[in-house]
Write a protein that binds this ligand. Structure first.
Ligand code: 13P
Length: 259
């Protein structure tokens, strides 16, 4: 774990799964399985629709909430969008620049940096996702892609604001494929992210940055990432839809801290 962050961060990204009712039942079951650990921060990211009801249900010491996206304008004629100012007070975190947003919805760094800015302006901590495609990896471009995405996403973030940022390394080829990156890949990516952040914001910021790994994290491989140098937590997709698997992953983070 990096020097000044003493909590592992485990985030469950439910993507476009579960309706409001199912989300409530799921959170209720999860709350029975997950113990509150001072050394682990647990965050769930349900559909926008479920954020409000789930927020009334949860004990914030046990879970925090993230949105899976947000829009960067605070209000106005933007049909179908949800702004950071509407999410203010409801979520602690926002996942921004997820590869599905980049690749399915064609979000560019310009959008992503505006979203990062909007989140910070509204007291929401951005989880900025970066990661290369299989094609970029094969071409040996992983480091360059990550660096471009960091520079693109963080362009307007000041040194003071940077303390609110978490970076998630999610190689696109590992997402939803069962083809998870090796812990050593995650370690190399984390090192390269920290080097880049040191260059942009100085060593202290680089050391205290929390970096998550995401991409086919399961209950049986989570511990190997949590034990990896430079990795401070996990961004979990499919396995976060199982109460059992997600609780095992959270427990693994706690065990890691207490080994
Ligand atoms: P999977 O864990 O399903 O591969 O998804 C990862 C992810 O995209 C989390 O944001």
């Amino acid at each position: 774990m990096s020097a000044t962050n003493d909590k592992k961060l485990i985030v469950g990204n439910w993507k476009m799964n579960m309706n409001v009712h199912e989300s409530s039942i799921f959170v209720h079951k999860l709350s029975k399985e997950i113990a509150v650990h001072r050394d682990v921060e647990v965050v769930v990211a349900p559909t926008f629709l479920a954020l409000q009801p789930v927020s009334l249900q949860i004990e914030r010491r046990q879970f925090k909430l993230a949105s899976q996206n947000l829009y960067w304008r605070d209000h106005g004629a933007y049909t179908g969008e949800v702004s950071a100012s509407q999410l203010r007070g409801l979520v602690d975190y926002a996942i921004i620049g997820h590869s599905e947003r980049r690749h399915v919805f064609h979000e560019h760094d310009k959008d992503i940096r505006s979203k990062v800015q909007a989140a910070i302006r509204n007291g929401i901590k951005p989880i900025l996702c970066v990661g290369e495609t299989a094609h970029q990896r094969a071409a040996g471009e992983t480091t360059d892609v990550i660096h471009d995405q960091l520079i693109g996403g963080l362009a307007n973030v000041t040194s003071e604001e940077f303390s609110h940022i978490t970076v998630a390394y999610e190689p696109v080829w590992a997402i939803g494929t069962g083809n998870n990156a090796l812990p050593d890949d995650a370690k190399k990516a984390a090192r390269s992210i920290r080097r880049q952040i040191e260059h942009l914001y100085g060593r202290k910021s680089a050391e205290s940055l929390r970096i998550l790994y995401g991409g086919s994290v399961k209950s049986d491989n989570a511990a190997s990432y949590l034990a990896t140098e430079g990795i401070d937590g996990l961004l979990v997709g499919g396995a976060s839809l199982s109460v059992h698997d997600f609780s095992v992953i959270v427990a693994a983070a706690h065990d890691m801290e207490n080994d």
